[in-house]
Design a protein around this ligand. Structure first.
Ligand code: ZN
Length: 243
């Protein structure tokens, strides 16, 4: 099976459509959460996700805030402004869809999915080998897929030496999978690894491979909509540079 793994769409409908097109035919789609927050198109993005066949989708921390399960005050001013806007404009059925989502799940008995980390699915960032090491004790599948940091990367645990390494990944370079790994497909709508192209990955369950990928999209058009919705300029500026 060929599976599209993606995360952190953040109401960037144009980037999402580019990823779905670039990914091509897939058997399943696994989305690691944060459908909303930051971007200009919360309804269009959620509706596009809802239309995906064979979808497994998680809730992210921004989604949890918008559906009222976490105070918006937990977010900094600029992130909060977008969330307040999204809370106002999101349709009731899109809200209900988000309310139905889990924040962590196990798929096909071989992969754990969590938005932030398997230890703390909504909030923890796995950004270094120390936080990765702790999290290897919190899942029992060969691999775990996480988002939240918006950085396309992978952490590998060498079970013999108990050492964790952060491995650089490059777009279009296929990586053979071996236990145990924590893999991040990067962010669709707001990459933070200095590559502004929308990030995603293709997981091949038979070949046991992972291919990080990027998709170009019309960034200027999204910036335009961020500005005309009156959302913070920072959210427009950063998507052009990937930070
Ligand atoms: Zn996010």
């Amino acid at each position: 099976m060929r599976i599209l793994v993606m995360s952190d769409i953040h109401a960037n409908y144009t980037a999402l459509v580019a990823v779905l097109k670039e990914a091509g035919e897939v058997d399943e789609t696994w989305c690691l959460g944060d459908l909303v927050g930051y971007g200009p198109d919360p309804n269009a993005a959620v509706e596009e996700v809802r239309d995906i066949k064979n979808l497994t989708c998680l809730l992210g921390n921004h989604d949890v805030a918008v559906i009222g399960r976490m105070p918006l005050e937990t977010f900094n001013g600029e992130a909060r402004r977008s969330l307040m806007h999204h809370e106002k404009v999101l349709s009731a059925s899109n809200m209900d869809f988000m309310r139905s989502l889990p924040s962590k799940t196990k798929v096909r008995g071989e992969a754990t999915m969590a938005h932030g980390s398997p230890r703390d699915p909504l909030w923890e960032y796995i950004l270094n080998t120390l936080s990765a090491r702790i999290n290897f004790d919190h899942f029992d599948t060969p691999w775990c897929f996480v988002g939240h940091s918006h950085i396309q990367c992978l952490f590998a645990l060498d079970e013999k030496t108990d050492r964790v390494s952060l491995e650089q990944v490059k777009p279009d370079i296929t990586i053979p999978l071996h236990p145990k790994l924590i893999l991040n497909p990067g962010s669709v709508g707001q990459p933070r690894d200095r590559d502004p192209r929308a990030a995603f990955a293709i997981y091949d369950t038979e070949a046991r491979t992972w291919t990080p990928r990027r998709a170009e999209y019309n960034i200027a058009e999204v910036q335009e909509r961020i500005r005309s919705a009156g959302l913070p300029e920072k959210h427009a500026a950063r998507i052009a540079e990937g930070w």
